[in-house]
Design a protein around this ligand. Structure first.
Ligand code: NDP
Length: 326
């Protein structure tokens, strides 16, 4: 099978080569992988700019995959079933989606919703799935469009783009924060009502609490941006914290929580339960079917293109989502 391998011999090296199928890890389901995707994490793994891979080398990265079951030792899956695999350490401590075949544990797989194809599922991938989890958190937080605007940071990226489109389709007034000037029209086409530069939220207010502005947030940036959002959240706002594109340190006070009842909801796509996964994938499938995600940018690349595109995603030069065709 053709695969992208990360080697450490001892230096980091990426090679696209034939690998014997017998090298695949243990797992009760063998999958013919037709599509994977490129997420920020994959960019870090392939370019060796972040410690993502925790398995032994050589290693096949790719945190997402979609395809068809080829063989199954589990009663839950049969050859021909169409499946999605994201998270559970895929592409981090277990070989991932950048290979023509993968082995997985039966309980980690999600059945592909009927109206999704593997290519469309990977157009969404972990980033779209994370956006869906964030939107579900905001819904669970009982935030509704009348409560005020929702801010989405890292808006032109994978998580951000899908979040803007999903929230706009839900009737929310979405304020998109972006450092990419050329993405303004794109973000408006997704449904953003306002566009803000990154600097608008980069510096928290001098006082612990600033003007109450946001009814909710999908934050893929973290750091001082998240600090600002917390300090300027409205009463009973729900802030879905899902990323760290701008920093992982968070310095804040308890005031947003005890004076305004703000909820800070962490999002972990890796270990979401199977029930939650089904709900989130159905949300995405319905949004795709309704056309709500039509304008989310999709670039389809081949395995050979992954190293160059990994550099781009780490440099923040990609728009929307990148699908990898095996
Ligand atoms: P992308 O690279 O597609 O998007 C990230 C976006 O963040 C960029 O497009 C850019 O948007 C913005 N950005 C980049 N660098 C900076 C910076 N230094 N300061 C402020 N903004 C910046 O990545 P994804 O959408 O795939 O992932 C976004 C984040 O979410 C990542 O941190 C990722 O690790 C995390 N993540 C977390 C998951 C979870 O389970 N919690 C799952 C998936 C992703 P713009 O130019 O528009 O500002």
């Amino acid at each position: 099978m053709r695969a992208l391998l990360i080697r450490r011999d001892p230096d980091h090296r990426v090679e696209i080569t034939d690998v014997p199928e017998t090298d695949l890890p243990e797992g009760d389901v063998l999958i013919d992988v037709s599509h994977s995707s490129l997420n920020y994490k994959d960019g870090l793994a392939v370019t060796n700019t972040g410690k993502i891979v925790r398995g032994e080398f050589p290693f096949v990265p790719g945190i997402d995959l979609a395809g068809t079951v080829a063989e199954s030792a589990s009663g839950d899956w049969s050859p021909g079933d169409r499946v999605i695999l994201t998270g559970w350490g895929t592409g981090e401590n277990r070989w991932g989606g950048y290979a023509e075949r993968a082995r997985a544990s039966a309980e980690h797989l999600v059945a592909m919703p009927k109206n999704l194809s593997p290519e469309i599922a990977m157009w969404m991938g972990t980033a779209g799935f994370t956006a869906a989890l964030s939107v579900l958190a905001i819904r669970d937080g009982e935030v509704s469009p009348e409560d005020g605007p929702i801010v989405v940071t890292g808006a032109s990226g994978g998580v951000g783009s899908v979040a803007v489109a999903l929230l706009a389709a839900d009737g929310f007034e979405v304020h998109a924060v972006t450092g990419t000037e050329s993405a303004h029209n794109y973000l408006r086409s997704l449904g953003a009502a306002e566009i803000l530069g990154r600097e608008a939220l980069a510096t928290p207010p001098d006082n612990p609490m600033g003007a109450a502005t946001w009814a909710g947030a999908v934050d893929s940036v973290g750091g001082t941006t998240l600090e600002t959002i917390l300090a300027t959240a409205k009463r009973h706002a729900c802030i879905a914290a899902c990323g760290l594109a701008g920093g992982h340190v968070l310095s804040t006070t308890v005031f947003p929580f005890i004076l305004r009842g703000v909820a800070l909801q962490g999002i972990d796509s890796n270990t979401a339960t199977l029930d939650t996964r089904r709900v989130a994938w159905n949300l995405l499938a319905n949004a795709v079917a309704s056309g709500a995600l039509d304008d989310v940018e999709k670039t389809v690349i081949r395995l050979d293109d992954v190293p160059a595109w990994a550099e781009k995603i780490v440099a923040g030069e990609t728009l929307g989502r990148v699908v990898v065709e095996l």
